[in-house]
Write a protein that binds this ligand. Sequence first.
Ligand SMILES: Nc1ncnc2c1ncn2[C@@H]1O[C@H](COP(=O)(O)OP(=O)(O)OP(=O)(O)O)[C@@H](O)[C@H]1O
Length: 257
Amino acid sequence: MEAVKKQNVALDIKALSVYYGTHQAVKAVDMVIPKNKISALIGPSGCGKSTFLKALNRMHDVSDNRQVTGQIIYQDIDVNTDKVDQYLLRQKIGMVFQKPNPFRMSIRRNISFALERHGLKDKQLLADKVETSLKQVGLWDEVKDELDKSALALSGGQQQRLCIARVLAMEPDIILMDEPTSALDPISTGKIEETLDELKKDYTIIMVTHNLAQASRLSDYTGFFNYGELIEYDNTAKIFTDPAVELTHSYITGEFG
Ligand SMILES: Nc1ncnc2c1ncn2[C@@H]1O[C@H](COP(=O)(O)OP(=O)(O)OP(=O)(O)O)[C@@H](O)[C@H]1O
């Protein structure tokens, strides 16, 4: 991949390894992730994509016999150290999971809850935040008249867009997504893809996907993982048409996986 200018780097990952006990699930990954682009992470089941993604905002509970070594440079700081407040880090590097996980609360509260806990009290500001973030995910028109209804009454696709809106309300720089559409129908998937395409103007998105067609139509860059190693990371068009490594070609063409 061509060098990325420093001001365009969202994350500079150096020799990142993750261990579950003695099992090394991620093996010394180096990766420079460009800002305001969508990067897709692909590879066969169990190759360490989710483990890698979770390490980026320190979701691994080290007390659980896990170890994460290496550096994750975000805004000139290595965030893979205990000195960094994980709570603040997760605001700046938010996460959306495979299965929509809205809080058991109203649509409005799903967005405002964390903001209120952060001390935002002004009702008008809170209302503005709810509206803006729901508009960003294209959900506002669908829910504006029922903001006090339970979020659990929404469809799966709407719930996932609400979860994305909830992350956006915290004003992150980077959004991590672990197979964000794999539990959704094709229409909801299409809406989320449209949303992500729109969001990348302002946010860096790093997304694990099993869906190669999705990676190829949506992402700017693609990283191929195998057995915990990053085999290659490059422009998506290059990975899908002319990868540097034969193994990537075999995976893309469905020879294994
Ligand atoms: N909580 C855990 N404890 C122990 N080993 C784990 C744990 N989670 C994952 N692993 C192991 O780490 C390796 C990588 O798993 P991971 O879920 O990161 O892969 P993946 O590429 O995201 O897989 P998939 O595409 O199936 O979701 C696998 O060998 C898996 O068995």
